[in-house]
Design a protein around this ligand. Structure first.
Ligand code: BTN
Length: 251
């Protein structure tokens, strides 16, 4: 287990922004910045991520991967897988929507409980990854930003302990990352298999809004070696590496 250095801030605009500064100032791998209240959180695709004080786990983890650059696109997926694994171990019906939104299933509904934003940062010590995780923990239905979201408290009907959940998440992240980082090709292939098993997008009909405005609709058939989602349409198979993917039909 690596030494984690955890810094807790009462309030900050974005833990990813703070940790980016720490990374540029040579902070070591596994530096973690947590905040009780994030006021201008960054989301994927230039969105924002805001949560009321103490209602969510908002934190960022600094990694300095040494795997070949071609493997870096797996980091967001690895993180989504690690969060899903922790939540499943804690009794939630969690799954990951490609690439890295974590959803919780209640009956027919699947709602987003966690968003992840991984940013690559150039530092004097080489490229680093700032892994930002926002998990809705204590939020009430009224506090949710959109109808398609949920929180652990809503899913379970009781208030989870945020520190306990943080430690659980960090544990699965350390395990998944160290195995992937040190295990070469076999570990990369095992991650692909484990990710695919916990990915609720594979096997579903999806619509992918691609960068540049094109739209692709078809069946998500697998995740390829580079972490792209392979979508089968009437024109054949296309691999989607970026953009927004929507599940268009319930399971
Ligand atoms: C998404 O759009 O789904 C990703 C949201 C990521 C939010 C987290 S909260 C902690 C970290 N700091 C940020 O500014 N963003 C990430």
């Amino acid at each position: 287990m690596p030494g984690l250095r955890v810094e807790v801030l009462e309030e900050t605009a974005s833990t990813n922004a703070v940790l980016t500064e720490r990374a540029k100032a040579s902070a070591p791998e596994w530096t973690v910045v947590v905040t009780e209240h994030q006021t201008r959180g960054r989301g994927r695709l230039d969105r924002t991520w805001e949560t009321p004080a103490r209602s969510a786990l908002t934190f960022s983890v600094l990694l300095r991967p040494t795997v070949p650059a071609a493997r870096w696109p797996w980091l967001p997926l690895l993180t989504g897988y690690a969060v899903t694994k922790a939540l499943v171990a804690d009794g939630y019906a969690a799954g990951v929507k490609w690439p890295n939104d974590v959803l919780i299933r209640t009956g027919e509904q699947e709602r987003k409980v966690c968003g992840i934003l991984v940013e690559r940062v150039e530092t004097p010590d080489g490229p680093a990854a700032v892994v930002g995780i926002g998990l809705n923990v204590a939020m009430t239905a009224e506090e949710l930003p959109v109808e398609t979201a949920t929180s652990l408290a809503i899913a379970k009907g009781t208030q989870p302990d945020r520190t306990g959940v943080l430690l659980l998440l960090l544990g699965t992240l350390v395990e998944a990352y160290e195995t992937w980082q040190l295990g070469g090709d076999p570990a990369a292939e095992r991650l692909r298999a484990s990710y695919s098993e916990s990915c609720v997008t594979v096997g579903r009909r999806v619509r992918a809004d691609l960068p540049g405005g094109a739209v692709l609709e078809g069946e998500a058939v697998r995740v390829d070696e580079t972490g792209r989602l392979v979508v089968r349409t009437s024109d054949g198979e296309s691999a989607v590496g970026a953009g927004d993917v929507v599940h268009v039909r319930a399971r």
